[in-house]
Design a protein around this ligand. Structure first.
Ligand code: NAD
Length: 279
């Protein structure tokens, strides 16, 4: 049984996921490098630890929700990391829900499965690591309705390109004199309907409760989308798959980040890329 849940990485997604686990009654131990976040949880009466290793010591299952591969490697293998305890580990299960490259996940899964449980449980001798990235964004994280999946990089590649396509269509439509709200209504009852148009609209004021309605804050940062597109582009190159739109999307998100919008939600391309006129 997994009564004691460790949670590391309490950012936009992790904090919402952890809050649902708290609500569901799990005994939580948490860690984040951000002191303000730690303070928030200790004020709520949640047990906070200074290192991933201390979280592992207190948990049956440890969930990580960190920005990218380097952070996950650091939390697992770094000094005072989750695997610091040598071959003997307390948690039975490690779930990484960050979106990272498959090579890093595989490497960590092997390290974990080579360890032994401190206390053998129900014929379970070796701890297990699951690569379980999520889809659904901050809204689903809050509602407890995230989809856990494999093939995450391909999902985000399709999502980036549909967001760019939708933003381009909305920007052109507006330049031709139709409001974004009208365009959205038309798209949502026509064949252009997609998640970006009906659940995550990029135009400020068209939908409530999405990042575009709060200055593109509190969503999925453009730099994280750029990271996922880099992973997709590298994977495409590795297997020789033709993916021209992936490379184009990668360039656009790199430009958005270089222009200083890296922490804004990825739907900000509508504002910063498509709303600018070409000469
Ligand atoms: P975020 O940057 O908001 O949160 C990351 C948290 O990890 C921060 O609180 C940060 O302080 C903490 N952190 C960083 N390094 C750490 C370390 N070494 N030890 C402990 N804590 C550390 O990111 P996010 O938006 O919550 O995304 C997390 C992951 O989920 C990413 O891989 C992202 O690609 C993926 N994802 C995000 C969304 C979304 O809509 N935001 C949706 C699906 C998947």
């Amino acid at each position: 049984s997994f009564e004691n849940v460790g949670f590391i990485g309490l950012g936009n997604m992790g904090s919402r996921m952890a809050n649902n686990l708290l609500k569901a009654g799990y005994k939580m131990t948490v860690h984040d490098v951000n002191c303000n976040v730690m303070k928030k949880y200790s004020d709520m009466g949640v047990s906070t630890k200074q290192t991933p290793f201390e979280v592992a010591e207190a948990s049956d299952v440890v969930i990580t929700m960190l920005p990218s591969s380097s952070h996950v490697l650091n939390v697992y293998n770094g000094p005072d990391g989750l695997l610091q305890g040598g071959d003997l580990l307390t948690p039975q299960l490690f779930i990484d829900s960050s979106t990272i490259d498959p090579q890093t996940s595989r490497k960590l899964a092997v390290s974990v499965s080579n360890c032994i449980l401190k206390e053998k449980k129900e014929n379970w001798e070796n701890p297990v690591m699951l690569d379980a990235p999520v889809s659904g964004g901050v809204v689903a994280a809050e509602a407890g309705s995230l989809t856990f999946m494999v093939a995450k990089i391909c999902n985000n590649l399709a999502m980036a390109i549909s967001m760019l396509g939708l933003s381009e269509a909305l920007a052109l439509g507006q330049s031709l004199g139709i409001t974004a709200s009208t365009l959205t209504k038309i798209f949502n009852s026509s064949s252009a309907r997609c998640w970006s148009s009906d659940s995550y609209n990029p135009v400020p004021g068209v939908m409530q409760g999405v990042p575009s309605s709060r200055n593109y804050s509190g969503g999925f940062a453009s730099k994280l989308m750029a990271k996922d597109l880099n992973l997709a582009a590298a994977s495409a190159e590795e297997v020789g798959q033709r993916c021209p739109l992936t490379f184009l999307a990668q360039n656009i998100y790199t430009e958005i980040c270089n222009d200083g919008h890296e922490t804004e939600d990825f739907s900000c391309v509508f504002q910063h890329y498509y709303s600018g006129k070409s000469k």
